[in-house]
Design a protein. Structure first.
Ligand code: SAM
Length: 165
């Protein structure tokens, strides 16, 4: 029997890694008051997780087409609707470098396309993060000024990446 990692294994690794990375980032930034940005709502699971565990910080969601579970759909005023290639630059003007935590899960099934996209959006995300803020991503990012952190316990290598300003 092949010992190759299955799609089920990959999915489980991704979910476990997202939760461990987000819990780590939430704790590390708990003293900060700046907003949180969720890039890619999808079903809304990671948004729901953050909403359950974070109080006293606004969570803004960037999404081009909302199709989330009803329990995990942000209020209209917390939704930044549109393609992040346009909404991120506009948000730099609106928010400046204030985000305490940014989580990006924008990719699909094609790893090469995800990598090209990560290279494109990295410089759009970078100016939004506050000093001491953390960025959690499902894809490797390409930042000039952020430092990649060692992964906390429970995160599978390559499934999540964490950066700090
Ligand atoms: N973390 C989410 C969850 O737990 O349910 C899943 C996110 S899903 C993998 C990716 C989402 O990113 C999709 O809803 C997709 O529409 C959104 N997305 C992808 N590219 C985008 C873009 N260029 N602009 C805005 N949203 C985008």
């Amino acid at each position: 029997m092949s010992q190759d990692i299955s799609r089920l294994d990959l999915f489980i690794d991704r979910m476990v890694s997202q939760r461990a990375s987000l819990d780590f980032a939430i704790t590390q930034t708990a003293d900060m008051t700046g907003p949180i940005f969720e890039l890619g709502l999808g079903n809304g699971r990671t948004y729901h997780h953050m909403r359950q565990r974070i109080s006293g910080r606004d969570i803004f969601v960037f999404e081009r087409a909302v199709a989330s579970h009803p329990d995990s759909t942000p209020a209209d005023e917390m939704l930044i609707l549109g393609d992040v290639r346009e909404t991120l630059p506009a948000s730099v003007e609106r928010f400046g470098p204030t985000a305490s935590l940014i989580h990006a899960d924008l990719g699909g099934h094609n790893r090469e396309k995800n990598d090209v996209f990560a290279r494109f959006v990295s410089p759009l995300i970078e100016p939004l993060l506050a000093e001491g803020g953390l960025m959690v991503s499902s894809d490797r990012m390409y930042f000039e000024t952020l430092t990649e952190l060692p992964l906390p316990e429970g995160v599978v290598e390559g499934r999540c990446f964490i950066y700090r300003r």
